[in-house]
Design a protein around this ligand. Structure first.
Ligand SMILES: Nc1ncnc2c1ncn2[C@@H]1O[C@H](COP(=O)(O)OP(=O)(O)O)[C@@H](O)[C@H]1O
Ligand SMILES: [Mg+2]
Length: 213
């Protein structure tokens, strides 16, 4: 079992959406996916989705769920919810990869860099940024990159997610809405899963190389 936490002190950057996209993408590749909801807000209803969704708002529940799942195959995705610095230490010590969504916004970029440093101080070795809400318009994308995304350390950016309005369905409880996710959502979820899987494979190889040397 691999663990990925989606974190960010800023609200509205896409943590919850990305957590659902990633779990969906894993499920598409027949990888069992477990999504841990740790947001203070109540979890949504996700009947009929191809991944497991747990209410892990209590830290002890989260630890219990993860210890129980650790020997399973698959991917555990932790939606880290809002600004909870006390949770950072647990994340730094417990997951294989920390994903930090960043949207084109000056405050978001600064907060993300600070948060990355804090997590690294706690011992997190694999913090990566993912650019979210990237415009499909070439000029807008270039402007966002120049003004915002270029401030991020390049080697820590693992990919980008386009602005796709149907993504919001993933955060909604309505079962009917989700029965057949639109193809752009399915495609996003698959490409996100591939990006994350590659990053996890690289991390594992890095560790092995170190052990051999
Ligand atoms: N790639 C995207 N394209 C379009 N809308 C998005 C995207 N990612 C997030 N959103 C929208 O942004 C808002 C905040 O997303 P959410 O996942 O709830 O963020 P967080 O969990 O960080 O607060 C939601 O309305 C969501 O639908
Ligand atoms: Mg959220």
């Amino acid at each position: 079992m691999k663990g990925v936490a989606i974190v960010g002190t800023k609200g509205g950057v896409g943590k919850t959406s990305i957590a659902h996209l990633l779990a969906l993408g894993a499920a598409w590749k027949n990888t069992p996916a477990y999504l841990m909801h740790t947001d203070a807000r109540p979890p949504i209803v996700v009947n009929g989705r191809p991944y497991m969704y747990y209410d892990a708002r209590k830290p002890e529940t989260l630890s219990t769920l993860i210890s129980a799942a650790i020997n399973n195959d698959g991917l555990c995705v932790v939606d880290s919810g809002g600004n909870r610095p006390e949770f950072d230490k647990w994340i730094a010590e417990s997951v294989d990869l920390v994903l930090m969504p960043v949207i084109p916004d000056p405050e978001g970029v600064e907060m993300a860099i600070e948060h990355m440093k804090r997590l690294e101080d706690y011992g997190a070795r694999n913090v990566r940024f993912i650019m979210n809400m990237v415009s499909s318009n070439q000029n807008e994308h270039l402007r966002d990159f120049r003004e915002y995304f270029s401030k991020l350390p390049e080697e820590k950016i693992i990919g980008k997610i386009k602005k796709v309005s149907a993504v919001k369905r993933l955060r909604e409880s309505d079962i009917e809405l989700f029965k057949t996710p639109p193809s752009n959502v399915n495609n996003l979820s698959r490409s996100l899963y591939f990006i994350v899987k590659d990053a996890l494979d690289d991390i594992e190889e890095g560790v092995e190389q170190k052990e051999v040397a």
